[in-house]
Ligand binder design. Sequence first.
Ligand code: URP
Ligand code: ZN
Ligand code: ZN
Length: 468
Amino acid sequence: MSYDLVVKGGTVVSASDTFVADIGVADGRVAAVGRIEEPGRKTVDARGKVVLPGGIDAHTHFDMPFMGATTIDDFTTGTTGAVFGGTTSIIDFAIQSKGRTFRHALDDWHKRAAGRCAADYGFHMIATDFTADRELEMSKMIDEGVSSFKLFMAYPGSLMSDDGAIFRALQRTKDNGGMVCMHAENGSVISVLVKQALAAGHVSPEWHALTRPMTAEAEATRRAIALAELAAAPLYIVHLSAGGALEEVRRARARGLPVFAETCPQYLYLSHDDYRRPGFEGAKFVMSPPLRPKGNEEKLWEGLGRNDLQVVSTDHCSFNMKDGGKSPGKVLGKKDFSKIPNGAPGVEYRMLLLWDAVQKGRITENRFVALTATNPAKIFGLYPRKGHLNPGADADIVVLDPNKTHTFSAKNHHVAADYNPYEGKTVKGSIRDVFVRGTAMVEGGKWTGRTTHGKFLRRTPRSFDLAL
Ligand code: URP
Ligand code: ZN
Ligand code: ZN
């Protein structure tokens, strides 16, 4: 057998095992794992390094119009940052405009992404008005490889769906192989709290968090689970942040319900205190759900370890702090916290932030792989093509140096955002090489790839073991 690439002697980590092996790659796929004697056309020495399946970030927003702005990372900068950070596939959210079809949104997102991605990419579909026509259109989207649908219980008047629409979407996914992804916050209650805060003259970024309490997330999570149970459908909770919401997921899973949830690094590493930074700096952390009080993150870490949470994604949704440039950013809410575009960058930092948790003994290296690659691949119809390094899988390979450190900064990241929420934080571990389908994208920490290498990922309908 002749190999295009051999990654030699690294410590290969899967969701279940850790072992020293060589990996042989042919035609963009893993061809052999074990002891490989013959050299590849390219051979990479990975001795003393960790070899991981490329990360899958199941939650990004590139080039997305939102709250009067457009996210500052487009598919080129977003996926370039992703690859530098060890993420080789992303799933972004196409947004249906009210009154228009999913088809229209999907065509639009294909135009935004095609020929502009370094990483492989797929799409979820956000439903903003879930009419009977959209209900029927769901299966067409699944045929197009878009097998998951995000609905919002927050943002009344723009994105929010009522319980009836959510229930209908869930009923459909019971049989059509789709998956409903839920933004679970009680938007009606939040809207009252926001109005009351503004009327009382509270305009600073911290009030974004004070008007989106943890109970509003727990209540919506409980309701979403109840609706899914009524519809006998599976459910995936996105960007879960609050301990109370996690408790709802834990209870549902303990009852055997097919409920899954992701959290994001910001809820593990940042906290409500970041809203109290001087001046307008708290706006950097305005996202929904908001950062939670210190101590809450411990519940999330426990949930990650106990499989109450199955995925860590980023919800990368970047807006600049400085004014000017291609889109207005956080300054839109300088005088009114409710107008600050919600979201923050994350796609480039996720793998190293979580690897740091491995180094600190919070999670095992196998759990790291499950959370960052294998589980998102299974839940979102990319497995067995992605999410592991067994023969036959796409050769999305990350070589990580566990002995080097990395310091996060806007000065050295590759996404377009003009700030880094983790500015100055040093972690143990550094991404050395990244391969997407066997093609070198990053070597020795330097870019050697093409920003057009990424291919559209046509995802399969739900087929994973719901006992995941
Ligand atoms: O603040 C956030 N999360 N912005 C992106 C939109 C969403 O709800 O995921
Ligand atoms: Zn959301
Ligand atoms: Zn999001």
